[in-house]
Write a protein that binds this ligand. Structure first.
Ligand SMILES: Cc1ncc(C[n+]2csc(CCOP(=O)(O)OP(=O)(O)O)c2C)c(N)n1
Ligand code: SF4
Ligand SMILES: [Mg+2]
Length: 333
C-alpha cells in the first residue's frame, strides 16, 4: 500500500475554534506543512480570524498578523518590504483570506500587488460565502446555492468568479487549485509555491459543513466528490503553462456532488443540467489550454524571476501514515 508523502510535522495544533469538519482548518494545516515554520501569515477578517482562538492562546505555531478585511495583499506586500529592509527577506509571507475577502472586498489590493509582482504567497480558502458573518452570498458563491441572502426562490443565477483565471490574467509566476481531500497534491503545490519569487496564488476548496449544510463527518468525502465530478478541477499554472495535476479516470455527474449538501437541496433538474454544462465547458477549456501549453512552453511571458531553488523552507521527513489513492475509498480509522 502507498505511503503518505506529506510531512508529519504540525504547525497547527489542537484546540482551534473552528466548527467540526471545517475545511478551512484542514487547509491551513496542510498549507503550513508545505511552507514550514518560518512562514508569517497575514489573516484578514474571516473565520480564520477567530479559528486560532482567544489571545494569548493560538493553535498556530507560526507568526500571524491580522489585517483589515480588504488589505491582506497590501499588508503582505508591506510586511515583505519591511522584512527585506531589515535583512530578513528570506522569510516567506503568506496572505490567507476567505473568498469574500478575495473575490470581493480584497480584490483591489490583490490585483495591485499581483500587477507589481510583489513577493508573497496569497491563499484564498474558498467556502463560497461569507461564513463568519452568517453565510451571506459572495462573488464566489456558485449558481443556485442557498445562502441567507439568496434564500429559496431568490437564488443566484450567475456563476462564481473564476479567481485563478483572474489571477492568470496578471501573469504571475505560479497559480494552483487545491483541495484538502487530496492532501499530497495539496502539500506538493504549497511546497512548490514557496520556491518561487513574486506573487503566487493558491485557490483552495474549503468545505464549510455549517454553511453547506451537511454532516461534518462528510467533509473529506464531499471534497472528493467536488474533484471527481470536475466541479473543482486540480491544476496549476506554472509560469504561464497550465497543467492538470490530477484527473479522475471515471468522472461522476456533478449531481452527486450537489446532492451531498443541503445548500443545493432545492436545485431543479434543469438547474442541475445547467451546472453540469458549465462544469463540462470549463473542464474542456482547461484540457484544451493544457494541451496547447504543453506544445508551446514559451507561449506566455511572465513577470517572474526564475524559481528560486534556494528559497529556505524546511525539509520534511516522509510520514509513515498510510494513504489511499484518491480514486479509492477512504479506509476507516
Ligand atoms: C470592512 C469590513 N466589512 C465587513 C466586515 C464584517 N466581516 C467580517 S468577516 C466577514 C465575512 C468574511 O467572509 P470570507 O472572506 O468569505 O471568509 P469566511 O468568513 O467565509 O471564512 C465579514 C463580512 C469587516 N470585518 N470589515
Ligand atoms: S462557519 Fe464554516 S468556515 Fe467558519 S469555522 Fe465553521 S465550518 Fe469553518
Ligand atoms: Mg467565505
Amino acid at each position: 500500500m502507498a505511503k503518505l508523502t506529506i510531512p508529519s510535522e504540525e504547525y497547527q495544533v489542537g484546540g482551534h475554534a473552528a466548527c467540526p469538519g471545517c475545511g478551512a482548518a484542514l487547509a491551513m494545516r496542510y498549507l503550513l506543512k508545505g511552507l514550514g515554520p518560518q512562514a508569517v501569515v497575514v489573516i484578514p477578517a474571516c473565520c480564520w480570524a477567530v479559528i486560532p482562538g482567544a489571545m494569548p492562546g493560538t493553535c498556530l505555531r507560526v507568526s500571524t498578523v491580522f489585517s483589515s478585511f480588504e488589505s491582506t495583499a497590501a499588508m503582505a506586500s508591506g510586511l515583505k518590504a519591511g522584512l527585506r529592509q531589515t535583512g530578513r527577506g528570506d522569510v516567506p509571507v503568506v496572505g490567507f483570506a476567505g473568498d469574500g475577502g478575495t473575490a470581493d472586498i480584497g480584490i483591489q489590493a490583490l490585483s495591485g500587488a499581483a500587477e507589481r509582482n510583489e513577493d508573497f504567497l496569497y491563499v484564498c480558502y474558498d467556502n463560497e460565502a461569507y461564513m463568519n458573518t452568517g453565510i451571506q452570498r459572495s462573488g464566489s458563491t456558485p449558481a443556485f446555492s442557498w445562502t441567507t441572502t439568496t434564500p429559496h426562490g431568490l437564488e443566484k443565477h450567475t456563476p462564481k468568479k473564476d479567481l485563478p483565471m483572474i489571477l492568470d490574467a496578471h501573469h504571475i509566476p505560479y497559480i494552483a487549485t487545491l483541495n484538502p481531500s487530496f492532501p499530497e497534491d495539496f502539500v506538493a503545490k504549497a511546497t512548490k509555491a514557496a520556491r518561487f519569487k513574486g506573487t503566487r496564488y493558491l485557490h483552495v476548496l474549503a468545505d464549510c459543513p455549517t454553511g453547506w449544510k451537511h454532516d461534518p463527518s462528510q467533509m473529506v468525502e464531499v471534497g472528493r466528490l467536488a474533484t471527481l465530478s470536475h466541479y473543482w478541477p486540480l491544476y496549476e499554472i506554472d509560469q504561464g503553462r497550465l497543467k492538470i495535476t490530477w484527473s479522475p479516470s471515471n468522472p461522476i455527474p456533478v449531481e452527486k456532488y450537489l446532492r451531498s449538501q443541503g445548500r443545493f437541496k432545492n436545485v431543479t433538474p434543469e438547474e442541475i443540467a445547467q451546472i453540469q454544462q458549465t462544469v463540462d465547458e470549463r473542464w474542456h477549456a482547461l484540457q484544451e489550454r493544457a494541451s496547447r501549453d504543453q506544445k508551446s512552453p514559451e507561449r506566455i511571458e511572465v513577470q517572474s524571476e526564475t524559481p528560486a531553488s534556494s528559497v529556505p523552507h524546511s525539509v520534511h521527513p516522509v510520514s509513515e501514515t498510510v494513504i489511499v489513492h484518491p480514486n479509492e475509498p477512504f479506509p476507516s480509522r
